[in-house]
Design a protein around this ligand. Structure first.
Ligand SMILES: Cc1cc2nc3c(=O)[nH]c(=O)nc-3n(C[C@H](O)[C@H](O)[C@H](O)COP(=O)(O)OP(=O)(O)OC[C@H]3O[C@@H](n4cnc5c(N)ncnc54)[C@H](O)[C@@H]3O)c2cc1C
Ligand SMILES: NC(=O)c1ccc[n+]([C@@H]2O[C@H](COP(=O)([O-])OP(=O)(O)OC[C@H]3O[C@@H](n4cnc5c(N)ncnc54)[C@H](O)[C@@H]3O)[C@@H](O)[C@H]2O)c1
Length: 476
């Protein structure tokens, strides 16, 4: 006989989304059951953000020599120990693990079940020997690497984000399917750590970002030796004696055959919906994920879906934000609405690429000539000069009345600058606000003021301003 649990909230999935819901609900004394079939912490901790950023940090250290020569510093006899770089990745995960652990959550008062969960009826979930009937359910089952239907893929051994960080030796030649953030972050990391890397991108690499700024990232990666083939879809793969033969069709129609030692599939994400019994629960879903309304409720009003499985923007900070919204909705019964327009994102290549708000193209479409693009280049920023980081550009998109509509940045610390601009956007700030604060000198953050001040570039020439100055002068 199954043990019956009747919590207030049952959360399925202990990744960024599920953990945030469980922790917040427990903090308010709400009875929560959290079910996880794999590793606590989900993708972000184990196979996503954390290992990828840790590997990128190791790769940055490996590439420092090229930059250091500019400062007159050279370290002779440099070696790269890929296994030790991987140890660093493991150590970072281990350092964060306790925060996401079963023990910590049980200590918070959460009932944690390490099982696979599936609905059998609209309000009934089964996890091994448990039957859970909760007042509300939150589905936070995340996503997995989407494996495209490329002929031969099922016959070769390929890597995804779940297996890539387990490598102990640097691949000789890493072929990557997909030029999105996963493909390009991992391309740069592995190239800097000694691999030859070829990226196959069927359409445009970093297609979700500002094209002018994305091109600066692609140029930087290419200059370091990453081969990025845009407009080149992988058509088939085959096993060879030494590894894998990748066959792709280039823009000009030519067929390319590229032998590689390893293959990474980074062609987008597929929502984890299989086996969840969504039909039995009355929860509608499609190829992109579980369908939710603005309040993150599914077609079954007692079931919410958040994080990657809900098919919107797929970031850890989105999962965390959505967790806060469903807590407000479930615990406090407040109306909530997810607004993706305010969500920033950053690709952690060198240079970094950050975005928030409306893109230049979307702003022009919405506001026509009233949308202005105000740019400041890293090459004109004194801190960028002292650091030898002069490749980069910040763009503010200003709308009617000088209101900040969006921002795109490529360059060192772009992610940190996007933080400030996300706050400015959420507080509906204007160019006047962004030009009027005191920024410490010399900082990269001064780029924001520099761009915002350019909104007023014509003001000194304005005839009325000049007349006002002349009039004021008459008063002594
Ligand atoms: C390589 C890579 C790098 C990334 N880098 C960044 C980054 O730098 N910044 C950023 O913001 N985002 C990044 N992301 C995206 C980020 O990892 C995801 O958006 C985030 O992890 C989504 O969290 P989630 O809780 O929705 O899903 P997940 O973290 O996938 O958690 C879902 C959990 O549900 C469990 N589960 C699934 N089905 C069941 C079931 N039936 N029963 C019980 N448990 C189940 C799974 O085992 C899993 O642990 C990256 C992703 C990848 C792959
Ligand atoms: N820094 C970050 O925040 C970060 C880092 C990594 C991942 N992520 C998250 O993970 C998500 C998934 O990243 P991703 O890079 O896998 O997905 P993506 O959808 O951004 O990019 C996948 C790319 O693969 C290409 N592609 C698909 N099939 C192909 C084929 N047969 N041949 C060649 N190219 C093919 C697509 O055209 C696309 O450009 C991101 O959208 C983001 O939400 C975030």
């Amino acid at each position: 006989m199954a043990s019956l649990l009747t919590p207030d909230i049952c959360v399925i999935g202990a990744g960024s989304a599920g953990l945030s819901v469980a922790a917040a609900a427990a903090a308010f004394g709400v009875d929560v059951v959290l079910i996880e079939k794999g590793l606590m912490g989900g993708d972000c901790l184990n196979y996503g953000c954390v290992p990828s950023k840790a590997l990128l940090a190791a790769a940055r250290a490996a590439s420092a020599e090229a930059k250091n020569s500019k400062f007159g510093i050279s370290a002779k006899g440099r070696t790269i120990d890929f296994a030790r770089a991987n140890d660093h990745v493991r150590q970072v995960i281990a350092a964060i693990e306790p925060h996401d652990s079963q023990e910590r959550f049980e200590g918070l008062g959460v009932t944690v079940l390490r099982e696979t969960a599936a609905f059998t009826a609209p309000g009934v979930l089964i996890a091994a020997d448990y039957e859970i009937r909760a007042r509300r359910f939150v589905i936070a089952t995340g996503s997995s690497a989407m494996v495209p239907p490329i002929p031969g893929l099922d016959e070769v051994s390929f890597l995804t984000n779940e297996t890539l960080f387990g490598l102990r030796e640097v691949p000789e030649h890493l072929a990557i399917v997909g030029g999105g953030p996963i493909g390009l972050e991992m391309a740069q990391a592995h190239c800097r750590l000694g691999a030859r890397v070829t990226v196959f991108e069927a359409q445009k690499a970093l297609a979700k970002d500002d094209p002018e700024l994305a091109a600066i990232v692609l140029e930087a990666l290419r200059s370091e030796g990453v081969e990025i083939l845009e407009g080149t879809g992988v058509e088939k793969v085959a096993k060879t004696d030494g590894g894998i033969l990748v066959t792709a069709k280039a823009k000009d129609g030519k067929t390319l055959e590229v032998p590689a030692s390893h293959l990474l599939v980074a062609a987008g994400r597929a929502p984890n919906v299989t086996g969840l019994g969504l039909e039995a629960a009355g929860v509608a879903f499609d190829r992109k994920g579980i369908r939710v309304d603005k309040g993150l409720r599914t077609s079954n009003r007692k079931i919410y879906a958040i994080g990657d499985v809900a098919g919107g923007l797929q970031f850890t900070h989105v999962a965390g934000h959505q967790a806060g919204l469903v807590i407000r909705s479930i615990v406090f019964r407040l109306p909530v609405a997810m607004n993706e327009d305010l969500v920033p994102w950053v690709t952690y290549t060198s240079p970094e690429l950050g975005h928030v708000g409306l893109s230049q193209a979307a702003a022009r479409e919405k506001y026509g000539k009233k949308a202005r693009v105000l740019a400041a280049d890293y090459s004109g920023n004194d801190r960028a000069r002292t650091e030898g980081e002069t490749t980069g550009r910040l763009k503010l998109i200003a709308g009617p009345g000088g209101r900040l509509l969006g921002a795109d940045i490529v360059g060192a610390q772009a992610g940190e600058i996007v933080n400030l601009l996300s706050l400015a956007l959420s507080k509906k700030m204007t160019m006047k606000d962004l030009a009027g604060f005191v920024a410490p000198y010399p900082t990269l953050g001064e780029l924001v003021r520099r761009a915002a001040i350019s909104y007023y570039a014509e003001t000194p020439k304005n005839v009325w301003v000049r007349r006002a100055i002349a009039l004021l002068r008459k008063f002594g």
